[in-house]
Each structure stands twice: as structure tokens, then as C-alpha cells.
Design a protein around this ligand. Structure first.
Ligand code: NAD
Length: 787
């Protein structure tokens, strides 16, 4: 039977179930979300109270779970008592109820009696044995059954562990892997059905063993956090802030479960929670949800927080940790070199890190092939599941496997078989080769194998490793991607648009017109571009040489407009922040391929400016196109005005499409790893068509009447205290541009006329003290100033 997923059922509307349901809805799947009936309720509506409450909270979630406001309509609610029959036509049933074997087994028994044969069934359990959960179920159930372990929050955390049992049909595993990758945008790793799979088994070890090393070296909570965060390529939450976020009770529960379930684990004792952890749970110091854990917020305390003293379990002022080795290491950008420096240090920081990390390295090595067959899966898991910069074997490799193994042996530590075999191999390393053809050590064959390229993924570092750039400067480069496509890559700080980027953009267009079939603008960083380099604009503004600024901005405008008039097609591959000037670049390309997680907006107002790279003109065109003189122009112009005046940023590519930053013909790629390949495909297709650049068309503007309506809107925002006086001042300039200047009535105007108005308004704002203060503030503090 052909497998497909159009309708899913999620059982359990708690933290995970509700958010998994939301993300399935984001992927265009219809979902039925069920939870337990409210005890004692008489009517069906009353019995739905638990699920309804969860759904309400989901829609208001601080980190949005849905791509757009409308996405939530794909979810229908119900309860296990009245609505279990609704799973009968579901293609995928995901169990996400409380972590109790008996509860899950009982529910799955009911599922077995209702589901249609052939439907997929999975559990989101964090670590219960997958095969055991399906004991007693029908043959068809067990053939379609596996673990699908999402991370919290499922929309944003990229990892999904798939855990098949020996009875799971290979087709089912392959299909769900593909579905999670392409439709849900996930990084998929196959794990074995061992307690807590790969991610939580190794992560919990890392956390618990950090506690032990901390005690051995007499360190405090904040000292350990200073050592186990960005310094070693991990997120700022490091160890204890993350434990507070996760919940101390959960950490204790998972540690105890692993301890119980892994009697043969050589390091099993590490999972025994220390006394203070148990006392913390007893005393309700559960972390963020209890407002106190390893840290407690306290507005009066320096830094706004107090730290827990683990002996007295009292909160005290935070220490400011500092060690000579850390000060030295901080300046080293290469993680291998940084760790080598730290490991060689004989202060307590260096000794602690060596102790904790060498222990973790050995434990992870001993888990292969227990939890998965290869080292790549472990590394992918730690990177995608916990946002580590490097996986464990990547880190170990970067420090040097031979030297560190020698040191471990000299300290009496036994090397696991994987490490012995690596050392006995020719390469003597976990990873080898070069950026163009990387290799990894395969335990089964005891030798290095090429890391296979992923079909449908354009790996930019590999593509770049086999060629020299066509051109390059410190902020941008031009590459030949093959197939007649040139790639313009920004690599300035935050991929901001500075003079070098513009210079490269100009030569990229020239070069493409001469030697390529299409120009693709994109990169493989976290963001497409944070916008124009404010330092450059502020510098020009403070110099007060207005004629020069005017000329420079006019040049930039013409350059961005050239993306549309270029004789060859232009494509932008956008992901992450695509803001201000970055957004304007994308707006001018013939095609945009947007990763689902794209945050797009014309946010110049936050810097005291308005868009002047054709953004106002283009958004106006997109909103008034198809209307004619005499039609209502206030409403479409107001839509543009409000978004720009309030510096709105889309929460997703789908929302950017609703706002017309991404057009309905543009593509959305759920998995950002696939973005560049799909954008390149679009570029190749456009190049193969009989491409002609679009003729410039006139834009319909509303004139003074519309301007007055927009100004009234700004005034009302001020009255409601949503805007400051200066916001209103900028909004009026924006209203002037969007209404088409001083025209007495609705008229068609040329694009050049409108961008002239943009430039005039932009320039006048550059001369305003408060705009300059806004720019300075963003540059210094990284966030807008409301002055
Ligand atoms: P939760 O406590 O937020 O939600 C559990 C849900 O189970 C609730 O909706 C509750 O109403 C329901 N429930 C309670 N008693 C029940 C019963 N007797 N029968 C049926 N349903 C019942 O839990 P969660 O964090 O969403 O976890 C759900 C599953 O996902 C668990 O298996 C957990 O291990 C796993 N998980 C959690 C996380 C996480 O970070 N929270 C991450 C990955 C996996």
C-alpha cells in the first residue's frame, strides 16, 4: 500500500503533543488532537476542557508554534472517551501522553482496535522501550510501529530520533524518515531501541557526570556554566541554566530511569542523582517553572539572579568566574585549538574541562554500536538535538585522537573498542579527508569511508572546496555552482550589506549577464541578511556630506533595481533573518525560495529610517496592483504602511507570503538543508526558459487623501501609546512616500519617482539626531531604541 500522510492524530495535548500537532499543521497536515476527558464532566464539550485549554495556550505560546494565525484551523479537538473513532482514518497516529508504560500500553491497545490497517503509529516517548510498548498489539500494528522522538519545541528543534523495532517494516521507516525530513524540516537520526535512545542517554550522562566533576574540582554552579557554554561550543544555557529550563524533577526522573534500565552500563553509577538534587525536588526548587532551581531571579541582585550554594541549598550572590586559561582560550576561534589550550592548562578550569570532557568522550565511544551504528549519528544528534557547535567525535577529532588517548591511558582510563580500532586504523582519527571529500571511521568495517553526499542537499562547503571563488572580497564572494548558476554569497558580519557587498553584487550581475544563465543569492549561514550595515549609514550621516550621501544611496537603489532588470534571471534563497535591505534584495529577485523558518520584514523604522532600497515602492506595487483609479487605495496602502511603520517581522515564510514579501509563485522549503538545492533548481529552470526581464510598470498611489488616512492612523497609534512622538514623525515621512508625495489624487507613477521619494525621506531622517541615536543604539546594544 502506498504510504502518505494527509491526516494525523496526536494523542496527548501536553507540552509535546500539542506542539507536534501544531507543527504537523504547519506542514499542511490535518490533525485531530485528543486528550483525557475531564473527570466527572457530563457533556462532550465539558469533557474536552483539558484539550481545549491546551489548545488555547498553544495559540498564545510565547514562542509561536504555528506558522500563521490560520494554521491552527487544521487542528480538531476531542477526547479519548468520545472521539477515539476519529483516528480511524488517520494516516499517522502519534502517542504523546505521560511517560508511563502502563498508561501508554493501555491507550495503544485501544488505538489498535480503532486504527485502519496500514496506518503508521508511533510514540514520542523519551526513553521507554519501543518494542515493549507494542507488546500484545496486532501484527499490522507492530509492522507500522516505531518511536518518533521529537525535541521541545518540535517546530524549532531540528532533531527527530526514529527508533524502529525488529518488526518495523523497512518501508515504514524509510517513508517516515523522508516525511520528517522533507515535510517537517527535521534532521532525522536512526537510533536503536535502547533506554533513552542516543540523545537523552548521552546528554544525561554529560549532565550528571558534570555534577560529579564539579564536586571533584570544588566548582560552583555559575563557574560550571561559565565553562560549559560557548567556551566549548555549546549554547549559553550551558549546564545549570538548561537544567532549570528543563525542570530539575524531569532531570532526576530521567536519570533514575536510565539507571534502572541499563544494568550493564559500565558507568551506570553516574546516573544516581546526588543528594542535593533530590532535596531540590523535595523542596520544590524545580527550575524555571518554580521560579527557582540552580538560579533564582532577584531584581535587586547584581545580574538579576542569585545562584544556589549546593551545600547549604541557600541562594547567594553570583560570583564572577575568571581563570587565566579561559582568558587565553576565549580569543581562539578554532574550537580544536581552544580545547587543546584548555586541556593543557593546569588551573582548575583546565583540569575540570579535561576531566569532564574526556569522560564524556569515552562514554560516547563506548555507546557505539549500542545506541546506533555510527559516530556520525551521535554527532548529528548532539548538534541538532542540543545546538552544540560540534558533536562529541568531531570535538575529539579536533583536539587530536592520538594525543588525548595517550593521556587517557596514562591516567588509567580504559579505551573502548571503537577508540582502539580507530587508533589501529590507517587514519587514526574519527574524521578525515578534506572539505571536498570528508571521511568518517566506520566501526563495522574498521576503516574510513567517504561521508556520502545527501541527495537533494547542496553542501556549500563541499562545493566551495573544489574551486576558487570567481571573485571574492571580505564581505561577499561569487561562486560557480555549476549548471550555469552563479552564487552570490554574503559573509559579512550578520551578512549585512556593506560597501563590499554592494561592490560584489554589481560584479555578480555583470558576470552573470556575461557568463552564467542565472544568479542565485544565498548562503548556508543562520540568516540571509540583517540589512544594510548601519555603521556605514551612521558614519555617512554624522559626516553631514549630504550630496555625497544622496549619490551613494541613489547608486545602491539602482543596483538593487538591477536585480530585476538583469538580463538573466535572479533568485534569492532566504532563511532566518531577512531584514530591511536584505528583504529588499529578495523583493527584487525574479524568484524567492524561502526556508519555512524565514523572518522577513522591512524594519528600518527601528533604526530611525524608512526602507529606501525600493522596498516601499515594491510593497506598494504588490498591494495596489490590479486596482485602478477610483478603487479604494487606503486599505492596501495602509496594510503596507502598518507593517513598515511598526517594523513587523514575519514569524515564518508562510506569514511572509500572507504579507506578500514572498509571492504566491515563490517556493517554500520546509527543510533548510534543502534550500540551496531547491533554489538552484528554480534558477536552472528560469535560465532554461526564454527569460526576458520584466518591463518596468507604473505603480498606483493614492495621493493626499490616502496620506491623510495614514497620518490619522499614526496619530491614533500615538494616542493609544503604541508609538512614540518620534515614531509618528517617521511614520509621517513614510505616509508621504507611500501616498506618492504631494499628489492631489490617485495616480500612476513611475518606480523611479517613488524611489526618489524614498531617498528624500531616508536622507532627511539620516540628518535627524534621534534617528542617529537609534542607529547608534542598535549598533551598541543590538536592539532598537524607542526614543
Ligand atoms: P505533559 O505532561 O506536558 O503532557 C502529558 C499529557 O498526557 C497531558 O496532555 C495529559 O493530559 C495526558 N495524560 C495524563 N494522564 C493520562 C492518562 N492516564 N492517560 C492518557 N493521557 C494522560 O508531557 P509532555 O512533556 O508533553 O510529554 C509527553 C511525552 O513526550 C512523554 O512520553 C515524554 O517523555 C515525551 N517527551 C517530552 C519532552 C519534553 O521536553 N517535554 C521531549 C521529548 C519527549
Amino acid at each position: 500500500m502506498k504510504l502518505e500522510i494527509q491526516k494525523a492524530a496526536v494523542l496527548g495535548a501536553g507540552t509535546m503533543g500539542s506542539r507536534i500537532a501544531a507543527h504537523l499543521a504547519n506542514a499542511g497536515v490535518d490533525v485531530v488532537l485528543l486528550d483525557i476527558p475531564t473527570p466527572g464532566a457530563e457533556t462532550e464539550q465539558q469533557r474536552n476542557a483539558i484539550v481545549a485549554k491546551a489548545f488555547k495556550a498553544l495559540k498564545k505560546s510565547r514562542v509561536p508554534a504555528f506558522f500563521t494565525g490560520e494554521t491552527s484551523r487544521r487542528i480538531r479537538l476531542g477526547n479519548f472517551q468520545d472521539n477515539l473513532d476519529q483516528i480511524a482514518d488517520a494516516d499517522w497516529i502519534i502517542e504523546a501522553v505521560i511517560e508511563r508504560l502502563d498508561v501508554k500500553q493501555q491507550l495503544l491497545e485501544k488505538v489498535d482496535s480503532v486504527r485502519r490497517p496500514g496506518s503508521l503509529v508511533s510514540s514520542n516517548t523519551s526513553g521507554l522501550p519501543i518494542a515493549k510498548l507494542a507488546e500484545g498489539r496486532s501484527d499490522d500494528f507492530r509492522a507500522h510501529w516505531l518511536g518518533t522522538h521529537f525535541f521541545n519545541p518540535p517546530r524549532h528543534m531540528r532533531l527527530v530520533e526514529l527508533i524502529p523495532t525488529p518488526e518495523t517494516t523497512p518501508d515504514v521507516l524509510a517513508f517516515l524518515g523522508e516525511f520528517c525530513d522533507r515535510r517537517l524540516g527535521k534532521v532525522v537520526v536512526e537510533a536503536k531501541d535502547r533506554p533513552n535512545f542516543i540523545a537523552n542517554r548521552i546528554f544525561l550522562f554529560s549532565m550528571m557526570q558534570t555534577l560529579q566533576a564539579m564536586a571533584r574540582h570544588g566548582l560552583s554552579v555559575e563557574e560550571v556554566d561559565a565553562l560549559t557554554g560557548p567556551l566549548i561550543g555549546r549554547p549559553r544555557m550551558a549546564t545549570f541554566r538548561l537544567a532549570d529550563f528543563t525542570g530539575i524533577d524531569i532531570c532526576v526522573y530521567v536519570a533514575k530511569t536510565i539507571h534502572e534500565l541499563v544494568p550493564d552500563d559500565e558507568r551506570r553509577d553516574v546516573y544516581v542523582p546526588p543528594d542535593y538534587l533530590l532535596k531540590m525536588v523535595e523542596q520544590g526548587m524545580l527550575g524555571d517553572k518554580a521560579r527557582q532551581g540552580f538560579y533564582k531571579r532577584d531584581r535587586k541582585a547584581p545580574g538579576g539572579r542569585l545562584a544556589l550554594d549546593l551545600e547549604s541549598l541557600q541562594y547567594r550572590e553570583m560570583l564572577k568566574p575568571s581563570w587565566p586559561s579561559v582568558d587565553r582560550a576565549k580569543g581562539i576561534s578554532d574550537i580544536g585549538e581552544r580545547l587543546r589550550t584548555l586541556f593543557a592548562a593546569d588551573d582548575v578550569a583546565g583540569k575540570f574541562l579535561w576531566d569532564a570532557l574526556s569522560d564524556l568522550f569515552l562514554y560516547a565511544a563506548a555507546r557505539v554500536p549500542e545506541v546506533c551504528d555510527d559516530i556520525v549519528s551521535v554527532d548529528t544528534t548532539m548538534r541538532s538535538g542540543f545546538n552544540w557547535q560540534q558533536g562529541i567525535f568531531e570535538m575529539w577529532n579536533a583536539v587530536g585522537v592520538e594525543e588525548t588517548s595517550e593521556r587517557m591511558k596514562s591516567e588509567g582510563k580504559a579505551l573502548p573498542p571503537l577508540v582502539e580500532r580507530v587508533l589501529a586504523s590507517e587514519s587514526k582519527s574519527f574524521y578525515g579527508g578534506d572539505a571536498a571529500s570528508p571521511t568518517y571511521f566506520d566501526l563495522a568495517s574498521r576503516q574510513s569511508h567517504p561521508v556520502p553526499p545527501r541527495p537533494g542537499v547542496l553542501d556549500l562547503s563541499r562545493a566551495k572546496a573544489v574551486q576558487a571563488a570567481v571573485r571574492s572580497n571580505p564581505s561577499a564572494s561569487l561562486w560557480d555552482l555549476g549548471g550555469g548558476v552563479a552564487l552570490l554569497e554574503f559573509h559579512s558580519k550578520a551578512n549585512s550589506l556593506d560597501a563590499d557587498v554592494f561592490e560584489m553584487m554589481e560584479s555578480a550581475i555583470d558576470e552573470t549577464e556575461k557568463n552564467f544563465g542565472a544568479l542565485l543569492i544565498g548562503n548556508d549561514a543562520d540568516r540571509f541578511s540583517a540589512g544594510a550595515n548601519l555603521k556605514m549609514i551612521l558614519g555617512l550621516s554624522l559626516s553631514g556630506r549630504w550630496d555625497e550621501i544622496d549619490l551613494r544611496i541613489a547608486e545602491i537603489q539602482q543596483l538593487i533595481l538591477r536585480l530585476r532588470s538583469c538580463k538573466k534571471p535572479t533568485v534569492a534563497a532566504v532563511q532566518g533573518q531577512t531584514l530591511a535591505g536584505g528583504c529588499e534584495v529578495a523583493l527584487r529577485c525574479d524568484h524567492v525560495q524561502a526556508a519555512a523558518e524565514t523572518y522577513m520584514g522591512l524594519v528600518e523604522v527601528g533604526a530611525g529610517l524608512i526602507p529606501a532600497g525600493g522596498g516601499c515602492a515594491e510593497m506598494l506595487r504588490r498591494h495596489t496592483d490590479g486596482r485602478s483609479i477610483g478603487a479604494d487605495l487606503t486599505q492596501p496602502t495602509r496594510a503596507v504602511f502598518q507593517r513598515i511603520a511598526t517594523a513587523k517581522v514575519s514569524n515564518s515564510a508562510a506569514e511572509a507570503r500572507q504579507w506578500r514579501y514572498v509571492s504566491s509563485e515563490n517556493g517554500i522549503t520546509m527543510n533548510r538543508d534543502r534550500l540551496l538545492a531547491e533554489a538552484k533548481q528554480a534558477a536552472v529552470a528560469l535560465a532554461a526558459s526564454a527569460y526576458e526581464p520584466p518591463e518596468p510598470t507604473e505603480i498606483l498611489v493614492g495621493g493626499r487623501g490616502v496620506r491623510a488616512a495614514l497620518e490619522l492612523g499614526a496619530w491614533m497609534m500615538r494616542q493609544a501609546e503604541w508609538a512614540s512622538d518620534y515614531d509618528v514623525f517617521i511614520a509621517k515621512k513614510l505616509a508621504h512616500v507611500l501616498a506618492g508625495g504631494d499628489l492631489t489624487q490617485a495616480s500612476y507613477v513611475s518606480e523611479d519617482y517613488l524611489i526618489g521619494l524614498e531617498r528624500e525621506a531616508f536622507l532627511s531622517l539620516c540628518g535627524e539626531k534621534r534617528s542617529q541615536q537609534r542607529m547608534e543604539h542598535i549598533l551598541k546594544k543590538g536592539k532598537p531604541l524607542r526614543n
